[in-house]
Design a protein around this ligand. Sequence first.
Ligand code: PEP
Ligand code: MG
Length: 998
Amino acid sequence: MLALSVEDIRTDVNLADKNAVIQALAQWLEQEGHVASGYQAGMLAREAKIATYLGQGIAIPHGTQECRHLIKKTGIKVLHLPQGVEWGGGEIAYLVLCIAARSDEHLDILKQLATTLSQGDLPTRIKAITQPQQILQLLQNTPALTPTPTITSELLRVEHIQTQLTLNSLLALTESAMTLMPCTVAEQARLKQTPSIHIGQGWWLSQNPADDGHTKAALVTPYTNSELMTQQPPVRGLLMLVIADLSHKVLLDQLLVWLKTEQGAELAAITQAHRLLAALQNGPPVNTSVSERVEQAAIVRNTHGIHARPGAILVQVAKQYAADVRVRNQDGDGQWVSAKSLMKMISLGTKSGHQLLFSAAGKDADLAVAALVNAVEQGLGETLPPLNGDIHADIEQQASPANEYDVTSSVAASLSAAASGSSNAPAAPASLTVPLQSPLAANTELTGVSAAGGIAIGPIFVDAPPQFNYLKQADDVSVERAALAAAISLARSDLAATQAQSNDEQGRNMLAMHRELLADSSLSFGVHKLINEGLSAAAAWWSETDTAATRQAANTDALLAERAADIRDVGRRVMAILCQSPVITPPDHPYIWVAQDIGPSQLVNLDPQRVLGIVTVSGGAFSHSAILASALGIPALAAVNETVMSLRSGTDAILNGDQGSLRINPDPQTLEQAQQQHQQTQQDAEQAWALRRLPAITEDQHSIEVGANLSGVNDASRVVMSGSDGVGLLRTEFVFMSQHSAPNLATQTALYRRLFDDLEGRPLLVRTLDVGGDKPLPYWPVAKEDNPFLGVRGIRLCMQRPELLATQIRALLTAANDRPVRIMFPMITDISEWRWAKRLVNEIQDEIKATQVELGIMIEVPAAALNAAVFAKEVDFFSIGTNDLTQYTLAIDRGNGEVAHLADALHPSVLQLIKMTVDAAHAQGKWVGVCGELAADTQALPVLLGLGIDKLSVSLKRVALIKEQVRRANFGACQQLAARALLAEDAPSVRRLLEKSV
Ligand code: PEP
Ligand code: MG
């Protein structure tokens, strides 16, 4: 075993920087024959790879694996640097321990260090040291027996004993506690001799060191306590500890929280053991008689609610205060959670518009609550959507080239990654001559979710998931704990270093959030439990982070679910340290990065000169990786089939981030087309954006209205800026999905009112709730169906719950208040459904004296299109949902990736149904819109115009482009083209026809 002596310690050393410290330590080890020359280089190489800052002002530099042969005999040298030396990532080291260990003799020292690290305010204590002996004491110290010792919850035995306690009560409690703990005879003897100390509110603590290397704990409260209450101090409960190692502080900390909030009596009054344990774990209830709790609410206005990054900022604010700070989402499930835990904060599922209630107790409670409320109001590091009256300033800001909705800049950014070689872009390889190396055929197209737009052309680099080799079981719990603590600490300091080097603010925030995740006790709680059960640190960490990530991924909120990637990212980071895994290095030429999952922190370090595009098997359009890729102007594709991982690195590919496709080994013709398409897209988008406010009128004066599709109210402020003529489809089920329970009349009215305000008089076309199918509402359960798309969906579900539709209509008409509103019903199949819905609206109109509203139906079911002539007599308009119309006409489940390639809305049968609809509507003087994805398909536009469509509704980003395309079109020519398309035999024939006509 490696023992540290005063000869190995030098105090009050003053050295200029980290390199000088490493040099001094290496020379010292060399002089004393511990290492051969060259070890210093190994130490520097280790620092270059990963900073060895441990935490609390302590660093542990050591050589790399490769230079282990230079160690002649194990040794340790310690430098005390009261002035401090920057050790990377802004961390200052005051105590530097250099360990040269031939095998694992140093683990005891690490174990001691882990114990030392758990002590409070080490940097101050280290700086004040003057003698080597003091350092020895500091490093060899076991935690002092203070009122805040640490215990492990899994060792805790809880009992509420049935006993008439007398003044001898403490002894009775002690006896009872001891029966719960498997103590050795010697431990029991010591426990009996050691007097318990009163830690407040009638709670007592008794603790002793363990003999057998196992920590044990028991918590005992009496059933009958009237007599005890008269005692001074009273006896309400006893926590008895036999301590062997550093354990979690969680449970005892929680007991202290109860005591701090003066609820010791309430805790003792809990009469069942499991409830008592649960109460300790959950913390005291907030709304009790405790007068000094400070509470204040704040409304969250962040567009995506409190996801990980704003959550991390809130947690950082909370941690600045000593007070016990709790928070609950008033619009959520009402659970109180600690405001100092990021995992808990994220679990609140806080959406935009939700109200958070902060509650704090302790000496700086009022300051803590004020700071948290202020932080929420300031946006938690994000730009908040404008409040009413703020609109113009915000629009100007959003219209700036840096904004994500600035099509010009986003297209320019996309171009930077493409083959044409702008100043910012890596040039694509001059030729694509790499022979076929993958199991996929040449020119194979893999599809996925478009995560960031643009085209990338180049060889792929397949970044296979890291293989971590580790032993599953371990013998020594404390060694594993120390190893884990050190790995987490190193991971955190590495993150800090990366954070300090990053120029990207979003990236820095993300790294800060990852550091916060690593510090989160709710993650390490489970890991320690597994370690106690005999797992190695690596096995426990890997299992727990996987469980946490899986749990997070199961969140019904897609945005929150995507935070799973962050948990996996920090999980891998620590694993790599624990397992000393080799790093898979990407090629030194530009490449398209293909991976199972790409963690945000990997993207922060990404060199845009080398990474042409990103393809991942997992992830989604809103993952952090997607956000970052987009910000970096790198085209990205997510949710691609696993097959992509079996491709060989070096295979050439075209990544089309707009279409969501990856073409493998493209032939020269496909390649050329992609390059041309890219250049053309860029020019078109730039021109369209500049002219976005011009009306959409064809060159032969046929006018079309182009609206925007919205999936919630938060994007409404961008509708005007996009140049759109209003909202052509508000998918209100997403408004509902952003709530934890069905929003009531007042909430809905406020939401819709905000939307109308944002539109500045432009029309709003609202689709009533389209729940069911692939969009179930968690709080509105429907029976499981074999074919949900053919089941209780859309209007069918509303007819089962008319009160919900009535509330929605009432809210809409109230919010509209004379502003132009159009309402349509989804999934209408039969005339009776339409009549039922229309009657309901008319009744509410009469009831609230609402003004005129245009009422229509969606044409999504072939039956409605075929029967359009009947509907047209009664409706004000039709809006064709081509997504569903294609699904139902072609019998292709729109959610089934296996058949996705067969679904093309330009199939002549779908076009026939569109034509029938238009003809029927026009015969009655009614208008027809298209709001499915086909409306945004530039290739399809001439056909839709030619078929007589009056209005189009597309995503915000496509509005300018579609308007510009309309202006370039000739209506007469479109009519001829449409007539020919209707005669085509299948969808590819229609597409070929359209390609030829360009
Ligand atoms: C459609 O079906 O085309 C449509 C616009 O509705 P959704 O995609 O929401 O089903
Ligand atoms: Mg639909």
